[in-house]
Design a protein. Structure first.
Lengths: 115, 113
């Protein structure tokens, strides 16, 4: 069964600190992995996307890593800011038999950055 | 929100009533999707469209129907709303199914009493 599991479910850190969020997946056939940020009351917004051959990608203070062998990804946030408070969702894309890309969403990690 | 609007943004309705949610895009993207988001679940695909009048079911399509008569509009209809359909509904768009990402709308919070 295609699944995406994220940990921790929630996290509180002090402003300025770093944190790392984890994503494990069992999705096949793998096409790509994306991290989304979802602010409260808003739709998800893409942070990074990585294909099988990429093992790291950065977007400002956000750095995502991918280990396709162990089927694990992480999202590292550096020098956190209050505006980083949001849910972070790991999404893995699987190529279906018809060619349609099926997205499998994790339940997200809720991050609270405290002053 | 990448040229995507959803209406209404909030709705409260009673069990058994019909409800239609609208997604409108200004990006001229071919693909449009409807998802629902519930606590303890990741976003789940309800239906998607790959062109005008071309639609297909997602993983949680029971109780929902969709229509797409114009490129820019994708309607989600609950023929007879149930309390289990209380959720936040998101529309998303992408230029193709091989696009690197989908762009999401702001969401519609639906409560069925």
């Amino acid at each position: 069964k295609n699944q995406v599991e994220q940990s921790p479910q929630s996290l509180i850190i002090l402003e300025g600190k770093n944190c790392t969020l984890q994503c494990n997946y069992t999705v096949s056939p793998f096409s790509n992995l994306r991290w989304y940020k979802q602010d409260t009351g808003r739709g998800p917004v893409s942070l990074t996307i990585m294909t099988f051959s990429e093992n790291t990608k950065s977007n400002g203070r956000y750095t995502a890593t991918l280990d396709a062998d162990t089927k694990q990804s992480s999202l590292h946030i550096t020098a956190s800011q209050l505006s980083d408070s949001a849910s972070y969702i790991c999404v893995v894309s699987a190529r279906g038999n018809t060619g349609f890309q099926k997205l499998v969403f994790g339940t997200g990690t809720r991050l609270l950055v405290s002053p | 929100d990448a040229g995507i609007t959803q209406s209404p943004r909030h709705k409260v309705t009673e069990t058994g009533t019909p409800v239609t949610l609208r997604c409108h895009q200004t990006e001229n993207h071919r693909y449009m999707y409807w998802y629902r988001q519930d606590p303890g679940h990741g976003l789940r695909l309800i239906h998607y469209s790959y062109g005008v009048k071309d639609t297909d079911k997602g993983e949680v399509s029971d109780g929902y129907s969709v229509s797409r008569s114009k490129t820019e509009d994708f309607l989600l209809t609950l023929e007879s709303a149930t309390s289990s359909q209380t959720s936040v509904y998101f529309c998303a768009i992408s230029p193709s199914d091989r696009a690197n990402e989908q762009f999401f709308g702001p969401g519609t919070r639906l409560t069925v009493l």
